[in-house]
Design a protein around this ligand. Structure first.
Ligand code: PBG
Length: 323
């Protein structure tokens, strides 16, 4: 049976009916806001390629989080820029490093805000790679110990969840074991499970000051051409004890998100990364596309593909629109 008895447009004629049949609905608690924290006092430095995104000192971070809570944001993910970088990224696992300090400040200023921490070495190493270097490449097994120490420093400071983004093999299991041994068996791990070596991370590397000083990340992050391999990565992380798995970037990977949703019964996060954000802003600034419309359309498409939660620099703006 088809036209003329079936007319798809009948359900599209009025906004109320369109809303009744809407399949994907965004809510403020879908979003996780990424924030960049740096040393200093009173610092709020805008990232040139990311309008409305700042490097913040701890005091300004607290202000930003109070405002984000007011907008309806429930969770943030923190990235730290250390005072000093060195070959082994020692500030990453210092209990008085930038992230532990930030967590302690936020726990007193915004106790209900969920604090997730990015666990990686690239912001803390002077070479900008995501781990310890041996013979010109990141040494997988030596890096596991650094990541475990970093996760523990975050957990001791009061992080609600840790999110390893380094793409070393075995890191979820290693971090899980270390957290459990120290009494943090209740801290969940959100693993960047299918993280592609993507050109869309460009602006982030300015924001986090984490540009690799030699080579690229292709020996640890995934080839964007590989879908089956992404499913293996996700399934390995689940076996190692990941509580939430992430696909990153988001819009270039809607097929990956969708297949992961259909394959695994675990919460799925998607990261709408810096380049996705910058592209949307650049088009809007040129008057080529409408910012609000494409922001909400991009977020809806990521959720429709199957993401349960979205890490997005639009979190505050989108949450405000939805409340
Ligand atoms: C750290 C990390 C990166 C991002 C999140 N965690 C950068 C990278 O892998 O180079 C990218 C986020 C974004 O682009 O918004 N490893």
């Amino acid at each position: 049976m088809g036209y003329p008895r079936i007319r798809m447009r009948r359900l599209r004629r009025k906004v109320q009916i369109r809303e009744m049949v809407r399949e994907t609905v965004l809510a403020p608690d879908d979003f996780i806001l990424p924030l960049f924290v740096r040393p200093g006092d009173g610092v709020k430095r805008e990232i040139a390629s990311m309008p409305g995104v700042y490097q913040l000192s701890v005091d300004r971070l607290a202000e930003e989080c109070v405002a984000a809570c007011r907008d309806g944001v429930r969770a943030v993910i923190l990235f730290g820029i250390p005072e000093h970088k060195d070959a082994l990224g020692t500030e990453a696992y210092d209990d008085n490093g930038i992230i532990p300090k930030s967590i302690r400040a936020l726990k007193s200023e915004t106790p209900d805000l969920i604090i997730i921490t990015d666990v990686c070495m690239c912001e803390y190493t002077d070479h900008g790679h995501c781990g310890a270097i041996k013979n010109g490449d990141v040494d997988n097994d030596a890096t596991l110990e650094l990541l475990a120490k970093e996760s523990l420093a975050h957990a001791r400071a009061g992080a609600d969840m840790v999110a390893p983004s380094d793409m070393m093999d075995g890191r979820v299991g290693h971090i899980r074991k270390s957290l459990d041994n120290e009494g943090f068996e209740n801290i969940p791990i959100m693993s960047y499970a299918a993280k592609f070596a993507s050109g869309f991370y460009g602006p982030f590397r300015d924001a986090a000051e984490s540009l690799p000083q030699f080579g690229d990340r292709k020996s640890y992050q995934m080839d964007p051409a590989n879908r089956r391999e992404a499913m293996r990565e996700i399934s390995l992380d689940i076996d190692e004890g990941a509580d939430i798995v992430m696909v990153k970037p988001a819009m270039p990977c809607l097929d990956i998100i969708h297949e992961a949703r259909n394959t695994f019964d675990i919460p799925i996060a998607a990261y709408q990364v810096s380049g996705e954000y910058s592209m949307i802003h650049a088009a809007a600034q040129n008057g080529w596309l409408d910012l609000e419309t494409i922001m909400m359309e991009s977020l809806t498409s990521i959720k429709r593909a199957g993401a349960d939660m979205i890490l997005t620099y639009f979190a505050r703006t989108a949450a405000r629109l939805l409340t």
